[in-house]
Design a protein around this ligand. Structure first.
Ligand code: CMC
Length: 389
């Protein structure tokens, strides 16, 4: 038709209007519904921020309480769904387990899958927020070979999640308030980031009028990749490799610059932030605070800091405007909290869930939404005759 513009990676193409999150990548600004991320991180909670993203305004105290209570009432998983986890291999990656679990939710709630019925969308929203952390903890327990715990709905959202991960049937579990506060803050920092790859995936799948469980499951799979949410796991692996190989930070940075074996500095660079990632600043602060409060001394944090200093002073990174992103320091904190490396991206998924839901609902309510259907420029063979047989 002559109308198609080629734009690999959608670098310059807006696929939608959105009123949820504002980013100014040159100035390092991130706002949820107009509120600066720094103020959200200092004052809000995971569920309050989720409400803000999904419904557009901060909840009143009673709205928040009701939302919280409603989510607590939906934390239980169907016993058969619990057994579904038993069928998966113990060494499965928890992200694969999580995506499969969310996909399976649509088999249990077949009566509330319609995107066209607001009440069904509402209950699916609550079920996802309530059950994703439980399934995440089951994925973790499964990898340890430990028994699953039932949720304790007298606990807050984050404390319940910590207990499901680190509690055992043998002993009562006491939540460490430092860990709880830090985890809540990290989850808030991840709640939305406008049209990133996983959110765009959720919107694209949702644009076909697929249900919210199916769309979020697709989002989890998109987040899994090391260039997206999987970067937090990849950062820790990279830091451990630098430590174990003994090659030193400077040598590793040289290898990155020479593009040897395609190695990248994981946790560095961002499609949108070309100055700094405001989330990374907040996370770095948390890393120091949490490790100190927990009395953890981790040489990987020292390597991370050295790596950051070397990269920020190097022309290769300066010219390309590459700065630490949100994933650079999160892994060190999750590790100090006791999470295994493979759980890091799962934590990102729990963080991002409210954003996925908010975007799916915004798309679903927008009369201008059309099925997502990119164009291509065909570069294959011209027409030819199939060999006669
Ligand atoms: N290390 C070394 N070089 C890099 C890096 C990096 N982390 N990131 C980009 N570059 C180079 C790249 O090689 C290219 O150089 P040249 O022009 O010589 O070919 C230039 O910078 C531009 O890179 P790009 O791949 O065109 O940039 P992009 O906007 O398409 O990619 C990115 C953004 C985040 C995928 C990329 O920076 C990257 O791969 N970073 C490492 C993975 C990572 O940390 N991802 C987490 C992103 S933040 C949160 C999230 O989504 O999870």
């Amino acid at each position: 038709t002559g109308l198609t513009t080629l734009d690999y990676g959608f670098v310059n193409t807006a696929a939608t209007k959105s009123a949820i999150t504002y980013i100014d990548g040159d100035q390092g600004i991130l706002r949820y519904r107009g509120y600066p991320i720094e103020q959200i991180a200092a004052n809000s909670s995971y569920l309050e921020t989720a409400w803000l993203l999904i419904y557009g305004e901060l909840p009143s105290a009673s709205e928040l309480e009701e939302f919280d209570n409603r989510i607590r009432r939906h934390t239980l998983l169907h016993e058969d769904l619990k057994r579904f986890f038993d069928a998966l291999p113990h060494n499965a990656h928890p992200m694969s387990v999580l995506a499969a679990g969310v996909s399976a939710l649509s088999t249990y709630y077949q009566d509330s899958l319609s995107p066209k019925d607001p009440e069904q969308v509402e209950i699916t929203t609550v079920r996802l927020l309530a059950k994703l952390p439980v399934m995440a903890a089951y994925a973790h327990k499964k990898s340890l070979g430990q028994a699953f715990l039932y949720p304790d709905n007298s606990l807050s959202f984050v404390d319940n999640f910590l207990r499901l991960n680190f509690g055992t049937l043998a002993e009562p579990y006491e939540v460490n308030p430092v860990v709880s506060k830090a985890l809540e803050r990290l989850l808030m920092l991840h709640e939305d980031h406008e049209q990133n790859a996983s959110t765009s995936t959720v919107r694209l799948v949702g644009s076909t009028e697929a249900n919210l469980f199916a769309s979020v499951s697709a989002g989890i799979n998109a987040l899994f990749g090391p260039l997206h949410g999987g970067a937090n796991e990849a950062v820790l692996e990279m830091l451990a490799k630098i430590r174990d190989s003994g090659e030193g930070v400077a040598r590793y940075v040289e290898r990155v610059k020479n593009k040897e074996d395609g190695v990248r500095l994981m946790g560095f660079g961002h499609r949108v932030y070309k100055n700094f990632d405001p989330r990374a600043r907040l996370v770095k602060q948390s890393a120091d605070e949490v490790l100190e409060a927990l009395g953890v001394q981790d040489p990987l944090l020292d390597i991370a800091k050295e790596l950051e200093a070397v990269a920020l002073a190097d022309d290769y990174f300066i010219e390309r405007k590459l700065y630490p992103n949100v994933d650079f320091y999160t892994g060190v904190i999750y590790k100090a909290m006791g999470f295994p490396t493979r759980m890091f991206t799962v934590l990102f998924a729990i963080g991002r869930l409210p954003g996925w839901i908010a975007h799916w609902r915004e798309m679903n309510n927008d009369p201008q939404t059309k099925i997502g259907r990119p164009q291509q420029l065909y570069v294959g063979s011209p027409a030819r005759d199939f060999p006669a047989r």
